[in-house]
Write a protein that binds this ligand. Structure first.
Ligand code: TGC
Ligand code: FAD
Length: 395
């Protein structure tokens, strides 16, 4: 029987999930893990403490293929499968949820809708530059008064000949203050939700930063304000109408978060396990006490269940069979799991657990956002409830 001290368990792969991956997945994972070790880990505490976004990392994220890993190469993506996308998100979030967010938004919420819904001309105009990190994008769905219920949005477009006139405001938008363009969802004159690319240099467009966040501090968040912004008609996605447009993008991003959260959990678990072996009280390592072992045993059990859930979801996604409700279950379970593990890991570190010498509090604070964005913990519970009962609690 192998033990936690052997190489096999170096990254806490208790059920040998690694054996289920192929060489491409492992190569992608190693490359991103190494990049995170070199580029993210040495600086992240400082950026997080100062509430600054390490914007120089956008280029590096592009170089390691973190933007749209499962989108076609022709459209700026990585041409890999959904499991490769998942393991990349896991390794990024092992570093920090905010760094994973930079990649999730760019790949799944900006490149994916343009790839899926824009005209060929618009795809070629924007996607290669987004894939290379030359352009940074953001995704505007949430409004100040419409978060969990985006169907109630009031941001709107009105026909004005060769353009639409966009008015309204979006709230809590990752990357908006530094974005070159925004994928924006707004109602047309028939009340149908439409998606469009809005360039940040457009007259009447502004993106003020939101300050005072105690979570996801290394990620930049802002508003989007549109005052009579002219959006050329060719920038509006021609076919897709209704909420399923933005929700289909959320499915893609939520899938990545289900994998990403495992990375944050693994980093907390790793730190707690090491600390439990090094730290002595009452003449022996605290890992020798039954209560510490209970915590660690439950942590690795929950991580293992989450890894298997994500892996199976990945195989379903590769076959085009992952339903939105299955994705909701994995997002909700895995993020909650990671948050619980961060809390347990904090306890194992005692007083040291509240300092920035260990990554625990940063992950814990980040995960409070991850539990809420892309659909809150309770919204995903209700999606599962609706799926199993056939009864809609939202209406
Ligand atoms: P409902 O009537 O259920 O659905 C409307 C239409 O959409 C279809 N649909 C989906 N399609 C694809 N993927 C999904 N996940 C889908 N969910 C639903 C559905 O079949 C229907 O299609 P059709 O053809 O019948 O029109 O819509 P509803 O208004 O009742 O809302 C349901 C609810 C509450 C589940 C939905 O509004 C929801 O998911 N709310 C949560 C909002 C949310 O997640 N916001 C996230 C904003 S973006 C963000 O947080 C980015 S964080 C960025 C970072 O990583 O930093
Ligand atoms: P509300 O919808 O007001 O919810 C408040 C509480 O009420 C929650 O606990 C919720 O679960 C509960 N609730 C609501 N409805 C129900 C119900 N029917 N039954 C039971 N409970 C209910 N959005 C974007 O569009 N783009 C982004 O890039 C983006 N990035 C973000 C970055 C950060 C740091 C944060 C914090 C948020 C971001 N969001 C983004 C917004 C995010 O998706 C929303 O915060 C989230 O969807 C919840 O909306 P809300 O904050 O308005 O909360």
């Amino acid at each position: 029987m192998a033990s936690a001290k052997t190489d096999k368990f170096q990254f806490h792969d208790y059920y040998l999930v690694d054996d289920l991956l192929n060489d491409d997945h492992r190569l992608a994972r190693e490359a991103v893990r190494e990049w995170v070790k070199q580029e993210v880990s040495p600086i992240i505490e400082e950026y997080s403490e100062k509430a600054q976004c390490p914007q120089h990392l956008f280029k590096g994220l592009a170089e390691i293929g973190a933007f749209g890993p499962s989108l076609p190469v022709k459209y700026g993506g990585g041409g890999m499968d959904e499991i490769a996308y998942g393991v990349i998100m896991q390794e990024l979030e092992r570093g920090d949820s905010g760094i994973r967010s930079m990649a999730s938004v760019q790949g799944s919420l900006v490149m994916y809708p343009i790839y899926r819904y824009a005209s060929e001309e618009q795809k070629m105009k924007y996607l290669p530059k987004l894939g290379s990190g030359e352009f940074i994008g953001c995704f505007g769905l949430t409004e100040p008064d419409h978060g969990s219920n985006p169907a109630g949005m009031v941001t709107n477009i009105k026909d004005d000949g060769d353009a639409y006139i966009l008015n309204g405001a979006k709230m809590w938008i990752t990357n908006s203050p530094v974005a070159d363009l925004a994928v924006v969802w707004a109602k047309d004159e028939e009340g149908k939700i439409r998606g469009m690319v809005v360039e940040s240099g457009s007259k009447g467009f502004s993106a003020p930063e939101i300050h005072g966040k105690l979570s996801l501090r290394a990620s930049i968040t802002g508003e989007l304000v549109f005052e009579d912004v002219r959006v050329p008609k060719e920038n509006v996605f021609p076919e897709i109408k209704g909420l399923k447009g933005p929700l289909s993008c959320l499915s893609k991003a939520r899938y990545g978060i289900a994998w990403g959260a495992i990375g944050a959990a693994l980093d907390c678990y790793d730190s707690a396990l090491r600390y439990s072996i090094e730290r002595e009280q009452f003449g022996k390592p605290i890992g020798g006490f039954q209560l510490t072992q209970k915590k660690l045993a439950e942590m690795i059990t929950e991580i293992t269940k989450a890894q298997l859930l994500a892996w199976r979801l990945g195989t379903l996604a590769n076959d085009g069979k992952a339903s939105p409700a299955q994705i909701s279950m994995a997002k909700r379970n895995n993020v909650n799991m990671a948050l619980e593990i961060a809390r347990e890991a904090r306890q194992i570190h005692g007083g040291m657990g509240i300092t920035n010498e260990y990554p625990i509090m940063r992950h814990m604070m980040n995960l409070e956002t991850v539990l809420t964005y892309e659909g809150t913990h309770d919204i995903h519970l209700l999606i599962t409830g609706m799926d199993v009962t056939g009864l809609n609690a939202f209406k």
